[in-house]
Design a protein around this ligand. Structure first.
Ligand code: ADP
Length: 491
């Protein structure tokens, strides 16, 4: 079984801003369950240290360019046998809150050196250049924060294979040429065939250009990012590397997202005890100040309030939605314009629209369980996790047919309903009108309790746990190792 160093910038339950944390917190245990030896490397942010449990220092080493040395603290990723390594360097990571932005939502000004340090330390660990004996066969990196890992590894002899997973191509880690120079990176990396991207340094290109294997988090997104519409300027490069690129759908952590044992719920339930879901709806209506009514169609939204998630479409559609006998519960944080607009609208629609701004794990679970339908009108969606949680929770996803949403939700067409395959509602055009039309379809299905229940149960039967997908990653690791072995030197 391969030894894998998993490098990420967030992982649940240590620190989380989005889906990447869910994956970095659940895929390593799924790999370990297949007997792979996985170590998860993460920066020792203040919150991560707080939530990591027992830790012990196991290594201290100097990283080029730093006056002080860094430390590795070792622990276990909670509820698993996965070894957790936290990279401790207080000037870079000991600060409150979000790993990427300050309290005003502005990127930390030293993000480039912070994540270059993560990459450098990862590479030293991967090459056995520290006092630690363990050397991985594969380094699996995620998103732009770890993009320099494959780039730096590629410069080394006798290196492990590298795999780079794109969770969101829109975030690229772009910095100035001066920053590139200040980081002291090999001069050869300043080339359009390496990190340079229209006059800037792109961290993500380090992964896209140099990794032995590229993956993204759904087959559809893997195809989409090779087109100008979804490629964020990198579609040409991705077409060039298409033979290395594949899509593996994200899995969900069945321990964390399982209505039969979810401690956040008012009442746990399952497909066999579906009637208990209603208690969660009633509790949610009460908690959020929505009018208590078990019959009213209650829709939910949980996510980052950014254009990607189609929050502007929801805002445009809101007046229409509010004219219908529908309630809407929204939990999210993100761009101030959207936060302000939503707060204002909530005040105008008491009892019908509830808005909670902020990050609230507990409420996210209670919304998934308490609502009837879940809105995801994303402009693009690499995989999307909330529709998977919705399916698991007997909540019907209403989604735009892009990326992972297209791969995981089966539209309630007449044919699919007849074949007992439908799991949600899929619409295509990125417009408020198309969203409202999809909600109207949901409403008419909701008026037919038999059909609605059929869709709920079909969704709940889907298996989105890691199982076979962890095996897909193991296969991929082997192919990355083979590729590296068979590669002529210097290519
Ligand atoms: P992305 O990674 O693009 O933000 P995903 O759907 O892949 O979107 O994952 C989002 C994850 O973050 C889900 O687990 C979702 O429940 C969670 N999440 C997003 N916003 C919030 C919030 N405000 N409060 C609680 N959980 C949130």
């Amino acid at each position: 079984m391969p030894k894998i160093l998993f490098v990420a910038s967030e992982a649940h339950p240590l620190i989380k801003t989005g889906g990447l944390a869910d994956i970095a917190g659940s895929l390593p245990p799924a790999l370990a369950a297949q007997r792979a030896d996985v170590r998860l490397l993460l920066p020792a942010y203040r919150d991560a240290l707080k939530h990591a449990g027992t830790l012990k220092p196991i290594a201290q080493f100097a990283v080029p360019g730093l006056a002080q040395s860094v430390q590795i603290f070792e622990g276990k990723l909670s509820n698993s046998s996965v070894t957790l390594w936290l990279l401790d360097f207080p000037p870079a990571y000991d600060r409150p809150g979000n790993p990427y932005v300050d309290a005003h939502g502005r990127p930390w000004p030293d993000n480039a050196p912070r994540f270059a340090l993560l990459a450098r330390a990862a590479v030293m660990l991967a090459l056995g250049q520290t006092s630690l004996r363990w050397k991985p066969d594969v380094v699996h990196c995620h998103d732009w924060q770890t993009g320099l890992v494959p780039a730096l590894l590629a410069q080394a002899e006798n290196r492990p294979a590298s795999v780079f997973t794109i969770h969101n191509l829109a975030y690229q880690g772009l910095f100035s040429y001066q920053t590139f120079v200040a980081l002291g990176l090999p001069a050869a990396l300043w080339s359009f065939e390496a990190l340079e991207f229209y006059g800037q340094m792109s961290f993500i290109k380090g992964g896209l250009v140099f990794a032995d294997r590229l993956t993204t988090v759904s087959p559809t997104y893997a195809r989409e990012i090779q087109t100008p519409e979804f490629g964020c300027g990198l579609d040409g490069l991705l077409r060039y590397r298409a033979d290395r690129l594949s899509g593996i759908l994200n899995g969900i952590d069945d321990e964390v997202w399982n209505p039969a044992q979810d401690a956040y719920l008012t009442k746990c339930y399952s497909a066999r005890r579906l009637f208990n879901k209603l208690a969660n709806k009633q509790a949610l209506q009460q908690e959020l100040g929505l009018t208590s009514n078990p019959q009213t169609l209650l829709l939910g939204v949980v996510g980052r309030l950014v254009q990607q998630k189609g929050i502007d479409l929801i805002l445009d559609a809101l007046a229409d939605i509010m004219q219908r006998p529908i309630q809407l519960a929204i939990l999210g944080s993100g761009e101030t314009v959207y936060e302000t607009a939503l707060r204002k609208l909530a005040a105008q629609h008491p009892g019908k629209l509830a808005v909670r701004i902020g990050y609230d794990e507990r409420l996210a679970h209670r919304i998934e369980a308490g609502v009837d339908g879940f809105l995801m009108p994303s402009r693009f969606e690499p995989c999307g996790l909330n529709q998977l949680y919705s399916l698991r929770y007997g909540t019907i996803p209403i989604v735009r047919g892009v990326g992972g949403l297209a791969d995981t939700v089966i539209d309630a067409t007449e044919k699919n309903l007849k074949a007992n395959k439908a799991t949600g509602i899929v619409f295509h055009e990125a417009s408020a009108a198309a969203l409202v039309a999809a909600i109207d379809r949901a409403q008419s299905l909701h008026r037919n309790p038999r059909l609605w229940k059929q869709i709920m149960l079909t969704g709940m039967r889907q298996d989105f746990t890691w199982g076979s997908r962890a095996l897909d990653y193991l296969k991929l690791y082997r192919s990355a190792q083979r590729h590296l072995r068979d590669k002529p030197k210097g290519v």
